[in-house]
Design a protein around this ligand. Structure first.
Ligand code: BES
Ligand code: ZN
Length: 482
């Protein structure tokens, strides 16, 4: 809101921006590059309002002072503005991208046993460690070396975790951009039966503040990256094998106008990639409102995907240890990277730390540090919702080409009973015991991940227990009867 000030005496005491800002009738509409609009807004928030942003372009309402400042700036970089006679004219200049024909998002909730396995594994301590690590770079402003270092260091760390987990199917790649020297990072868990459909969880890893060299960005947005990486870590710990392809993204240069995410979303759109769903994590650790998680309901957000997120929380977080309370709020503009994906025609949702007005007031300052929140318990709730989102969207692949880990099946024999313990529920349907010359001794169906099979009176010797899945795979275990 622009306040009208009528006292002439006051004018002398006010800065130039405020002088122009008070004469509301001098404000005018224009279109300009979103990055420039954002820079102006950062410096002179009273002199420019971003009315709407589409595909890297913004319709703005600004003062002559802001226009003057923009003029100063374009001598050194960036484009200027185009005057528009009215709000309607400005808005109609913004052309949405041609979205590819996409099926509308539909969902089912089928993975309760996996979700219940996942939720207790998520840890606030891990999220805390990652936030502290990212803030320790001092700045992650997109054109600073430290920002690029943070991305490459994260890549190195993730690759070590992936190798330790023995997962050579998972990859981490750097994405270079044209609009920023900073790269983005993309982690891919390839899906099995629905590999062409992408389930994405993303957020920006850059930061900003008036002093670009002192921009800790703990909440905006080390918290979101730490949350995303904890979701990934838990899935790795579970040896999760999705049906759909799952990707985790850390974007460059969000703070200067969604640059990294826009380039990637556009590339996916141009390539005809089928993004099943995109969820944004940007600011997850400031507990600033009555409820835990607020789902943004801006018009570019998918109401189907939002319904899914509400259903997830109703199903898995209604009460108890993993309880999450929720509400809704609205940004009123393309406030973060999910807007890039929406502009490219994909279904997006944005769970946020508070209502828009209850957000962390320290962001975009040197005061955006971890000490403001002091624990990662708030972000932990977002990690749980993130896990539910991935597991119920990408689903669990039952076997297919899976290479069973040694831990998948454990057996023991005593008192003419074979007892077994299966690592992953529902994978094996049938158990048979053979002798070494291939004669079947006994067989039974498997109803539980844990059970016993009566062996009767077997002669001393070596036997083989074969656990079969309905989709052709099997695991064989040898045992000896003395
Ligand atoms: N994390 C913020 C977005 C945000 C802030 C969402 C407060 C909800 C409440 C993001 O990093 C950001 O600063 N976005 C810019 C806009 C963008 C187009 C550069 C903003 O909100 O000013
Ligand atoms: Zn920000």
């Amino acid at each position: 809101m622009i306040k009208r000030i009528t006292l002439l005496a006051l004018l002398l005491a006010l800065p130039a921006s405020a002088l122009f800002g008070q004469v509301e009738s001098n404000f005018f509409y224009a279109t300009m590059d979103l990055g420039s609009a954002q820079e102006l807004y950062e410096e002179f928030p009273d002199d420019i309002t971003i009315v709407r942003a589409v595909s890297g372009q913004a319709a703005v309402y600004m003062s002559p002072f802001a226009a003057h400042k923009l003029h100063d700036n374009i001598l050194t970089h960036g484009p200027g503005y185009v005057y528009m006679p009215s709000r309607t004219a400005a808005l109609s200049e913004l052309k949405p991208l041609q979205a590819a024909a996409k099926s509308s998002f539909t969902y089912t909730l089928t993975e309760s046993s996996l979700v219940e396995q996942a939720l207790p594994l998520a840890s606030a301590a891990n999220i805390e460690a990652r936030i502290l690590n990212l803030q320790s770079y001092g700045t992650r402003y997109h054109n600073r070396g430290a920002a690029t270092d943070a991305v490459y260091d994260l890549k190195t760390e993730l690759e070590a975790e992936i190798t330790a987990a023995g997962r050579d199917d998972i990859s981490v790649r750097i994405v270079n951009h044209t609009g920023t020297p900073m790269p983005s990072l993309v982690v891919t868990i390839p899906g099995a039966s629905l590999a062409d459909e992408y389930v994405i969880l993303g957020g920006h890893i850059d930061s900003t503040a008036p002093d670009r060299d002192n921009a800790p960005g703990a909440d905006d947005n080390a918290s979101g990256i730490a949350t995303i990486m904890e979701v990934f870590r838990v899935l790795l710990e579970m040896d999760y094998r999705p049906k759909r392809t799952v990707e985790f993204m850390a974007f460059a240069a969000e703070e200067i106008g969604l640059v990294g995410s826009f380039e990637i979303a556009q590339e996916y759109n141009n390539a005809g990639t089928d993004v099943y769903a995109y969820v944004q994590m940007d600011m997850t650790n400031y507990n600033g409102s009555a409820n835990d998680i607020y789902l943004m309901t801006d018009p570019y957000i998918s109401s189907e995907l939002n319904d899914f997120m509400f259903d997830l929380m109703d199903t898995y977080n209604a009460s108890g240890e993993h309880a999450i309370s929720y509400g809704t709020s609205i940004c009123n503009y393309g406030c973060s990277d999910h807007f890039s994906w929406a502009q490219n025609g994909f279904d997006v949702a944005f769970p946020f730390e508070a209502s828009f007005s209850g957000r962390n007031p320290n962001i975009h300052t040197s005061g955006d540090t971890y000490s403001v929140s002091g624990t990662a318990n708030h972000a932990l709730k977002f990690a749980k919702l993130g896990l539910e989102y991935i597991l119920e969207s990408a689903k669990n692949d039952l076997l297919s080409t899976r290479d069973f880990g040694r831990q998948a099946v454990q057996i023991g024999v005593s008192n003419s009973q074979l007892s077994y313990q299966l690592g992953t529920q529902g994978e094996f349907q049938k158990l048979s015991v053979f002798n070494v010359i291939g004669q079947q001794i006994t067989t039974a169906t498997i109803d539980n991940p844990q059970g016993t099979l009566s062996l009767g009176s077997l002669k001393s010797g070596v036997y083989i227990a074969v656990f079969e899945s309905s989709r052709g795979g099997s695991v064989a275990k040898k045992f000896v009867i003395n």
